[in-house]
Design a protein around this ligand. Sequence first.
Ligand code: ZN
Length: 214
Amino acid sequence: MSGYRMMMLGPPGAGKGTQAKRLAQELEIPHVSTGDMLRDAKRRDTELGREAAEYMNAGKLVPDEVVIGIVAERLEQDDAAQGFILDGFPRTRPQAEALTDMGVELEAVINIEVSDEEVVRRLGGRLSCPECGAVYHKEANPPSQDDVCDKCGNRGLVTRDDDRPEAIKQRLASYHRQTAPLVEFYEQRGVLEAIAGEAGPDEVTQEILDRLAD
Ligand SMILES: [Zn+2]
């Protein structure tokens, strides 16, 4: 492989963000998440950043052309010269095509595969602290005292609306709908790397690194 121009794909709960952070550290390239990028553009007060801020402040989705412009600006910064890991973008086939049109050809698209059942198990067991935002898992990472937040001591952990079974099914359906054409797009370009995502996070990181070294 000639470089590390990469992107992460995977359903909610697959651990994309965690893996992207670890890979960024391991490979010494920036982890470029959509949320961080928008905040960065806002902070640097670029024209596109101001435009994005207007949508965000109004509680609206930032339109494709603005997001794409911000990604282009971000990838032109010096720290991205040796590569980058995109996380949360592109999300749709038109966004992927726009990225290609900008002259950005990805070299590896890491698709972390986790079954729908496992996603439901992972997200369905989530407990959140309404006071400080800490997140626990009923089985994988329970609080040390039942129903009490380890971080802030608040009593009363909750299942967020987003993590209720019906909402999880909807999130998965929209993920599959948007992602299938994206997977096909990158498969045709020969850069798709399917990674079994049901192992522990350390094994998944190692598998990705092994694959990249091939
Ligand atoms: Zn808390």
